[in-house]
Ligand binder design. Sequence first.
Ligand code: AMP
Length: 531
Amino acid sequence: MFESTMMDIPLTIDMILDRARHAAADVEVVSRQPDRRLHKTTYGAIAERTEKLARALIDAGIQPRDRVATLMWNHAQHLECYLGIPLAGAVIHTLNLRLHPDEIAFIARDAQDRFLVVDEVLLPLFEAFRSQYPFEKVIVVGTTKPLPPEAIDYEDFLKRGTPGIALPKIQETDPLGCCYTSGTTGKPKGVVYSHRSTILHSLVTALPDSLDLSMDDCLMAVVPMFHVNAWGLPYTATLVGTRQILPGPFLDAASLVDLMETEKVTVAAGVPTIWMSIREELDARPRELKARMVVGGAAAPEKLIRDFDRMGLQLIQAWGMTETSPVGLVSRLSPAAQLLPVDEQYKLRAKQGRPAPLVQVRVCNEEGEVPLDGKTSGELQIRGPWITQRYASGVVDQRWTDDGYFKTGDVANLDALGYVQLTDRTADLIKSGGEWIASQVLENAIMGHPAVREAAVIGVPHPKWSERPLAVVVLKPGCKANADDLRDHLAPHFAKFQLPDAFVFADTIPRTSAGKFKKTDLRQEYCNWTW
Ligand code: AMP
């Protein structure tokens, strides 16, 4: 038999840590602490503490595959947990602190988390659900006050590990981390990433045509480490040896822009809401910034991309889901796209993008795969080595095709250059008089009006058409526009039946914990609308 002569070395967290221990040992990790001071450390120091954490967990009885939860902001100790919990053979379960306490308890119970590592500033949140789920041990980070008797300080915990204790041998298919879906259409469901899927995702997202991270960069992940592992960026950055800036609990535009300026951030990542508030901050107080900014989690309107270009900042749209680790698509201009007129280029950059290497996508409707016309819509389906093939805890869901693609629930089209454009979630499509109307396309167009800060479009019951679109619009401070202005702005780009029948002006639009429009709340609020 003729066989490969290559070494069979498992792709595990150790490979990421090796970079932190050696080639990137002197690279800085800077975190904003709750008292606003900057804490500076290096990957080398983090690697050392990570090993202490792993040994302390094992000493405290954590077994391979046990779940250890975190309830923390973005900072160096959270990064230590990202690395140290899997190094102990255990599974890091990042709890989303923006969820309702009951929901956090549900998720912790579903995952059967044994220990919790929690920021001191989040202890009040923990208090709100602690009676609903008994963690065996609570480890507190950033302790400044006396702790409750059953809790232990993180620094003291690190000292507990027996230095010689052996770390478990990990297989690349072993579980490394676990996140729950945002559960907009039912109970949250667990997705479990493996060591292998995490390493492959990190390698590919670092590529120049993906998120493009290298040792020359300075990354600020604004996307929280409790939401889909901050898009995997803490792992990618450590694997590559990128300097990291972790903003802690301060996610207001002024604090973020301040960090971008003083720490010379070259790559930042966050949801559109973050960039919208940063646009307002920079409009009010212009600064000299030069960064690529990855935007995902919800659609980035073309106007936002254009506005940032004028400020010398490049917005790069990416698409993903909890189920996809998350990066699946990235919208960068291909060589062919760069030859197109500028307006066409902006249209492509406002699409969700082309698949990352190792990921396959297709768009299917009842007739099969849609033609590459950038128009015909169907459901986006995806498969690849970091796409989940089931949910955890035995949840059964009909989300996979017979040939192994994951059905995303996103409605999309595909163009001849291979760009996917999302037009809606299947659940958010509006059916008016038998015709489908895609709400996201309308929203993005409304957000292209200079007076509009944000807009969400929902279908509201209608006696004749069954549903008609209603737009909830938030104007920029000091700006004016009425329903006629917005309708005139949309009219050249849409069929008449697609235009919203009503525009409601509001102060805010409710959002989910992950920054997406909470359309369930809006539908509830406007369900009795009289046309
Ligand atoms: P989550 O699992 O909470 O990250 O949510 C995943 C969903 O967010 C996707 O199925 C999309 O509906 C939406 N999403 C993510 N990225 C984008 C994007 N760039 N544009 C539009 N929607 C997005």
